[in-house]
Design a protein around this ligand. Structure first.
Ligand code: DTR
Ligand code: ZN
Ligand code: ZN
Length: 313
């Protein structure tokens, strides 16, 4: 059963009430914003990471484009989404003479003319299991999608989740997806949220500085939990949001840092180790389940859900 959220009023009701009130009374009468977004259980996100690690271990140590570990990762994510009631689609493409796949999962319902998308690349590099890069984003996204199903969330807008292939070869999968959209379908995407590396072991809290409304939503979440953020600058446009942004779609996301070094000022505000990379195992064989900061993973899983819920209601 769909429960009505206390304090929520429709746009029409606001206009009707507003017509009867003075300007100052409107502000007083405005409903308190209800924090509808759920808390994402980080234990569940970590359980997905354990599965992705096992998949890599069983398939030559990686989950890279065109390798068995990638397809097994895709099958793992797809099976859970199918069981949870999503409509899943696999998009196949070829890159560097190997077959790759995107997985798209639509949550039935919502306004088909206003689509909120969230995505993560599911491929790793060949040198390791890719648990922070990008099991972290992929696992948080999966758990958020499963939470949509568990709570039977019925937003105003339509929700679409995506797991991209071949990001590590230059955002091939996501570019393929965007290029394959008709002009009309492209125009229906009201925003795209990207999650690539969100559990770095020596984390920073970086928010993409792209669409102002999406950026504000993510910053509001962090302000709410009392954690300082900085603008993401480590290779701006180096992930799957880039093709969306190039196509004129509003984008945003969060990131905990790759090979750049944490400064003394950053260590003072976030903790961790100054003079060390945010992720010392970036693109290497030590990017395993040990290469995750649980606090960062937890905060960013909740930030992801907050943005998906806030931007789709
Ligand atoms: N594209 C990433 C790493 C990366 C570097 N800068 C950023 C900024 C925002 C997100 C991700 C990144 C990789 O997969 O290697
Ligand atoms: Zn990478
Ligand atoms: Zn990545």
């Amino acid at each position: 059963m769909k429960l009505s959220v206390p304090g929520r009023v429709t746009g029409a009701a606001v206009i009707a009430v507003a017509a009867l009130l003075t300007t100052s009374a409107i502000a007083d009468a405005a409903p308190a914003r209800v924090a509808a977004a759920p808390d994402i259980p980080v234990a569940n996100v970590k359980a997905h990471l354990t599965q992705l690690q096992s998949i890599a271990t069983a398939n030559g140590g990686n989950r890279a484009h065109g390798r068995a570990g990638y397809k097994a990762s895709l099958d793992y994510v797809k099976a859970q989404l199918d069981a949870a009631g999503f409509t899943t689609t696999i998009q196949q493409f070829t890159a560097s003479s190997r077959v790759g796949y995107n997985l798209i999962a639509d949550w039935p319902g919502g306004d088909a003319n206003q689509v909120v998308m969230a995505g993560s690349h599911l491929d790793s590099v060949t040198s390791g299991a890719g648990i922070n890069d990008n099991g972290s984003g992929s696992a948080a996204l999966l758990e958020a999608a499963l939470t949509v199903s568990r709570t039977q969330y019925q937003p105003t807008k339509h929700l679409r989740f995506a797991w991209w292939g071949a990001e590590e070869l230059g955002m091939i999968g996501s570019r393929n997806y965007v290029n394959g959209l008709t002009t009309a379908n492209r125009a229906k995407i009201s925003g795209y949220l990207n999650f690539d590396m969100i559990g770095s072991p020596n984390p920073g809290y970086f928010v993409y500085d792209d669409d102002p409304a999406i950026e504000k939503t993510l910053k509001d979440f962090y302000a709410g939990i009392g954690v300082a953020t900085e603008i993401e600058t480590e290779g701006d446009g180096r992930s799957d949001h880039a093709p969306f942004k190039s196509a004129g779609i509003p984008v945003g996301g969060v990131f905990t840092g790759a090979s750049s070094t944490k400064s003394a000022a950053q260590a003072a505000k976030w903790g961790g180790t100054a003079g060390q990379s945010f992720d010392r195992c970036y693109h290497s064989s030590c990017d395993t389940t040990s290469n995750i900061n649980d606090t960062a993973l937890n905060r960013n899983s909740d930030a992801l859900a907050y943005a998906v819920w806030e931007l789709s209601e």
